[in-house]
Ligand binder design. Sequence first.
Ligand code: PMV
Length: 306
Amino acid sequence: MAEATAPGKVILCGEHFVVYGEPAIVAAIDLKAHAYASFRDEPGIHVYSSKVSENTLKPIHDVIKLLVESRGTKLIDKGLMVSINSNIPISAGLGSSAAVSVASILAVSKLLGFKLKKSEVVALGVKAEEIIHGRPSGIDPTISVYGGMLVFKIGGRIRRIKPARPIELIIADSGLKRSTGVMVRRVGELASKHPTIFSRLRSTARIIVRQAIEAIIEGDIEKLGVMLNLNHGLLSAIGVSNTRLEKLIYAAREAGALGSKITGAGGGGCIIAIARPGESDRIVSSLIDAGAEAVYRTRIVEVGAR
Ligand code: PMV
């Protein structure tokens, strides 16, 4: 049997606008997907998880098939079994599907002795995301493969950034499931109906991301907090927030968060908040009181998939 693991992620700034070529800041977190690949006696590829249906895992099946076939590997009289175990909440904006794809691709590569470059694993992860939601930027598989904190831009070089000070990050799950594909399409409709306004919002998002990068590198978490709040304003403007998410976001701010925003596609899923050192407890209880389904205190992890 071969095993691989891959982290989930949070987007600190720049989601949605990243699909249109703007930069975004993303960090790997200590929630992980594990995949175990082994041979089985029956032919074919079988992908299994106790949490989701086989149909939901079809994109991963298809990408593994593509990988095996592209290497000209013939599995005569035997097949592959890929079993998945993940503690990343599903459809919540934390990169669960990308982490599961990346871990599965790596586990199968190990089992079959393929030596894949990081960029090849990302490319296969992006293929799976394309099947799942149509128009991915590639940010989720990229961070899951590389780990740490990155500035990501479609077609750009990956830039690693190092926070000058540790960032106390809290994640709250609204418990509302939504589809990234649906949210990305809705934003697309708004962008094509109101191109002038959308282009202004895009350039504002770019400036916010630049200032947030500076804040992270300088260790200015007060400024980072302001950037998160401004970024959230843009996400509300493009219609990906709702009452449940706003309630969590304001609960965090009222409990002393320096900044809070949706993370990922919105419409449900998770919000993030950052706190001054030692001030997370009050924010966590306030998020629970405000109805969060789960609250996580997270660490940014340096290692990506392995
Ligand atoms: O799948 P999510 O919710 O983590 O969203 C990913 C971020 C988006 O910018 C909304 C989509 C993308 O592919 O970049």
